[in-house]
Design a protein around this ligand. Structure first.
Ligand code: HOZ
Length: 419
């Protein structure tokens, strides 16, 4: 029995499914999750002494790689000054300024502790600001596990086939409307059907929780225009895409100006963080400036702020390098019979159960993604030392630590597995 098997057996007696987040449990690919001992650069090392090139990177945050020297040094210094004060700090200002400099649609920001909190708070704000109740989300987009958003969600919910979780009262989701991704007509119909009732539309600009699905040409701009025309707030969930598809996020790439942006992952440099921010006249509704209440004991935690600040400063110098390596990986993947996409430093690929099909939304992802083929691929790659997401319905990520040689080795291994 391997150490991972022993630890997993024990973990299952201690934690539901043996994990603290469902996607880690390997449910959709089968087998035993690898228990990680440590990580460095592009590598994960498990408790059995195996080394893997990591294309998950803690689900996105570690864009400089694991244990980046500059992040570690800054954290080592910061930790000697205490770990949390529950009071304002200079570094919160610095990280806020850094984010605002890259995302001009954000005039004010509030730091929270996770992407879930960011999206949940953004929607409360949209409702408080507009005085309306209904929200629109897109099938297969995942915005964390807040009750009202756990409807036709991607990520682990897609994997487990639990589009609606037990424990979410119908009343909580009664105001959540669902539209298909990449389909303007359906969105437009919802606006017609519920005039003056939609508080906000929340969207992952590049869907990354049903595999990776980029927006079709002009789609996001049209969603933004529809929101403006109907007095609803346009909420861009950039938890995954922020500082990942471009330094300025998807809003820079697609020239958008969202009313509210949700952030997380990269902006915490690998520590728990989230944030929501937007136009000043909207953000001023948040307490204590305004009446919309939202708070957090560890919000703006000095360690998370430090890791995020160092990460963003360094990332600005190296972003293009990481993006060009991602392009190289995607070009290599495109030689195989896969549907491949890459945007900035994110990538994804589908095994298809029918050739000639294009996956463009949740419905086509569920129908045409060959999850059994992906599961086989996943395990063959793991045996060869490459760690991809343990589900077809997730995105892949690159870091500064991923070298050209690693990408060549990855493509060689894929050729062995697929051919
Ligand atoms: N957004 C990530 C999955 N797509 C979160 C990881 C998790 O749920 O643990």
């Amino acid at each position: 029995m391997s150490e991972s098997e022993k630890l997993f057996a024990r973990a299952k007696t201690l934690m539901p499914g043996g994990v603290n987040s469902p996607v880690r449990a390997f449910h959709s690919v089968g087998g035993v999750p690898r228990f990680i001992d440590h990580a460095s650069g592009a590598y994960l090392f498990d408790v059995d002494g195996n080394r893997y090139v990591d294309y998950v990177l803690s689900w996105g945050p570690l864009i400089l790689g694991h244990a980046d020297e500059d992040v570690v040094n800054a954290l080592t210094q910061a930790i000697t000054k205490g770990t949390s004060y529950g009071a304002p700090t200079r570094v919160e200002n610095e990280l806020a300024e850094q984010i605002i400099a890259h995302m001009p649609s954000i005039e004010m920001i509030r730091f929270v502790n996770s992407g879930t909190e960011a999206c949940m708070s953004a929607l409360r704000l949209a409702r408080a600001y507009t005085g309306r109740d209904k929200i629109i989300k897109f099938a297969g987009c995942y915005h964390g596990h807040a009750d009202m958003l756990l409807v036709q969600a991607g990520s682990g919910a897609a994997t487990l086939g639990l589009p609606d979780s037990p424990g979410v009262p119908a009343a909580t989701t009664a105001h959540t409307l669902i539209a298909p991704f990449n389909n303007l007509q359906a969105l437009s119909q919802l606006f017609e059907q519920f005039p003056d009732q939609i508080a906000g539309v929340i969207i992952e600009p590049v869907a990354g929780n049903m595999g990776l699905i980029p927006p079709e040409d002009g789609y996001l701009q049209a969603v933004q225009s529809l929101c403006a025309a109907h007095g609803a707030l346009f909420i861009l969930d950039e938890v995954m895409t922020g500082f990942r598809v471009a330094m300025g996020g998807a809003q820079a790439l697609y020239q958008l100006s969202p009313d509210i942006t949700c952030l997380g992952k990269v902006i915490g440099g690998g520590l728990p963080v989230g944030a929501y921010g937007g136009k000043r006249h909207i953000m001023e509704h948040v307490a204590p400036s305004g009446k919309m209440y939202q708070a957090g004991t560890l919000s703006g935690n000095p360690l998370a702020m430090t890791a995020g600040l160092v990460t963003l400063r360094k990332l600005a110098q190296v972003f293009d390098q990481i993006a060009s390596r991602t392009t190289k990986l995607a070009a290599g993947l495109a030689q195989f019979p896969l549907q491949v996409a890459a945007v900035g430093t994110m990538f994804g690929f589908y095994f298809l159960n029918q050739q000639g099909i294009t996956i463009r939304d949740y419905d086509t992802a569920k129908r045409y993604a060959d999850t059994a083929a992906y599961a086989r691929f996943f395990h063959h790659m793991l045996e060869r030392g490459f760690y991809f997401a343990p589900s077809q319905f997730e995105a892949g990520f690159l870091s500064l630590a991923h070298t050209d040689d690693m990408i060549d080795d990855t493509l060689k291994a894929i050729a062995e597995v697929i051919n």
